[in-house]
Design a binder for this molecule. Structure first.
Ligand code: NAD
Length: 452
């Protein structure tokens, strides 16, 4: 029986196209073909593998507009974001195209011979992608995995398969051999499960909810399968009274409402030192109410819809039991819209303060001093990112070191860079992606001793 998913434009609730969902047998066939392709791919000369990845990057570059247009329609992303996302895949491929010739092992002094280490590819890597950033998260997995000599099977989220499918085609167009990168659209419970249970998949890279991530980690334990998890977040944006309060207030909305808040790094808890609280909130309000929340088909849109009716309901459920301080606007009618919304709270046990909303909602809370700010920031099961605004650089560094999270920025909300490591503390994840070491996470380190 053929199973399909109707892709919906979340800005209009209109159908875009139907996508075939792979069965478990089709997933197995893709995994087995990727396993056969691995034998040849691992032996492609480093320079040649690098050249193929650069060619793939060039072909993606030629299709940035097309890929961006697909994401605007499929995921409701703004044009600016969607172009950045397609460009990010290109940049990631170019960056990791530098890796094949640089997979250096070591020569370690030993008695009676020579000791060498090698980084060997794992085999087939399964990448499971969520719907919030379909292109970048796919690229963060496949670019370093391919560079290290692995073959990849990639499952996009059910809701957002279109750009991944196109990237799979572009890989072939660029000359990557068949089955080196295979996109397998399908359900998590079918295709994703097979990545976890099929013994020929040697590593799973999962990005998504903490709940599903825990199940995947438990499933991988059965085969001691390698796993990288990038999960949820509830990141803090800490604003000290000595900061440039106007700059902090001007930048706080985009740090949480970008991608309609559907961002694991969203700074969805704003902590403001009590003496600057009123000033900060009064400067925040016009920025939030002035945001251009429009159908992203309009190039001037700064924020689009949520991905689905279900996500809209989930986000709305958080707003039903809180007092809203102020909110921006959103289109009426069809489409899955929630306006950017600010909630003031002094209750660190409240749901809005503790749970990941994954929508355009931010909670603001005052704090008394540095120790209190750090205590509140760390009072969460998550630890993905965070920001600190202060003119005191010593304090900026001290607090950045004290916050239990993988990615901090001082006086900015820097987004993820492909050339710096990214990942979470605590229940935000396991392992790191990106940065100079990412290809090594797709290898085994082998030690060889040769007697004189
Ligand atoms: P999700 O966990 O439901 O799904 C993510 C992916 O996992 C999808 O492709 C889905 O099909 C697949 N999946 C679902 N059940 C599965 C199973 N049993 N076995 C294997 N695969 C399965 O999450 P979502 O709703 O798509 O994404 C939103 C969540 O992802 C948020 O909680 C967000 O914080 C998190 N997220 C984290 C990061 C990060 O880098 N840390 C990035 C993006 C999203």
């Amino acid at each position: 029986m053929s199973d399909t998913h109707t892709v919906i434009n979340p800005a209009t609730a209109e159908p875009v196209t139907d996508v075939h969902l792979a069965s478990a047998a089709e997933a197995d066939a893709a995994i087995e073909a990727a396993h056969l392709a691995f034998r040849a791919w691992r032996d492609v000369a480093p320079g040649e593998r690098a050249a193929l990845l650069r060619r793939f990057a060039a072909v993606v570059d030629d299709h940035v507009e097309e890929l961006a247009e697909l994401e605007v329609r499929n995921a409701g992303h703004t044009w600016g974001n969607a172009r950045w996302e397609a460009g990010n895949v290109r940049d990631c491929l170019n960056y990791y195209a530098g890796a094949p010739e640089r997979m250096f092992g070591r020569q370690i002094p030993v008695a009676g011979g020579v000791d060498l280490t090698f980084y060997e590819p794992l085999g087939v890597v399964g990448i499971i992608v969520p719907w919030n950033f379909p292109m970048p998260i796919a690229g963060w997995g496949f670019a370093p995995a391919l560079a290290a000599g692995n073959t990849v099977v990639l499952k996009p989220a059910e809701l957002t398969p279109l750009t991944a499918i196109r990237l799979g085609e572009l890989a072939l167009e660029a000359g990557l051999p068949d089955h080196v990168l295979t996109v397998v659209p399908g359900k998590g419970s079918v295709v994703g499960e097979r990545f976890v249970t099929h013994p020929l998949v040697r590593k799973v890279c999962f990005t998504g909810s903490t709940e599903v991530g825990k199940r995947i980690m438990a499933g991988c334990a059965d085969q001691v399968k390698r796993v990288t998890l990038e999960l949820g977040g509830k990141s803090a944006n800490i604003v000290f009274a000595d900061a440039d309060i106007a700059a902090a207030a001007a930048s706080a909305p985009s740090a949480v409402f970008d991608n309609a808040g559907q961002d694991c790094c969203a700074r969805s808890r704003i902590l403001v030192e009590r003496s600057a609280y009123d000033e900060f909130v009064s400067l925040l309000e016009p920025v939030v109410t002035g945001m251009r929340v429009l159908d992203p088909a309009d190039e001037s849109s700064e924020m689009g819809p949520l991905i689905s009716a279900g996500q809209q309901r989930t986000v709305q459920s958080y707003l039903d039991d809180v007092e809203i301080a102020f909110a921006g606007t959103a289109p009426h009618g069809d489409g899955f819209w929630v306006p950017p919304t600010v909630v003031a709270t002094e209750d660190p046990s409240s749901r809005i303060w503790r749970e990941e909303v994954f929508g355009p909602v931010v909670a603001v809370m005052p704090f008394d001093d540095e120790a209190h700010a750090v205590e509140l920031a760390n009072d969460t099961e998550y630890g993905l990112s965070g920001s600190i605004f202060t003119r005191d650089l010593g304090r900026g560094l001290r607090v950045a070191r004290a916050v239990e999270a993988g990615n901090l920025s001082v006086n900015s909300h820097s987004s993820v860079r492909y050339w710096t490591p990214f990942g979470g503390y605590k229940q935000s994840g396991l392992g790191r992606e990106l940065g100079p070491d990412a290809p090594l996470a797709f290898t085994e380190e082998k030690n060889v001793f040769i007697a004189h």
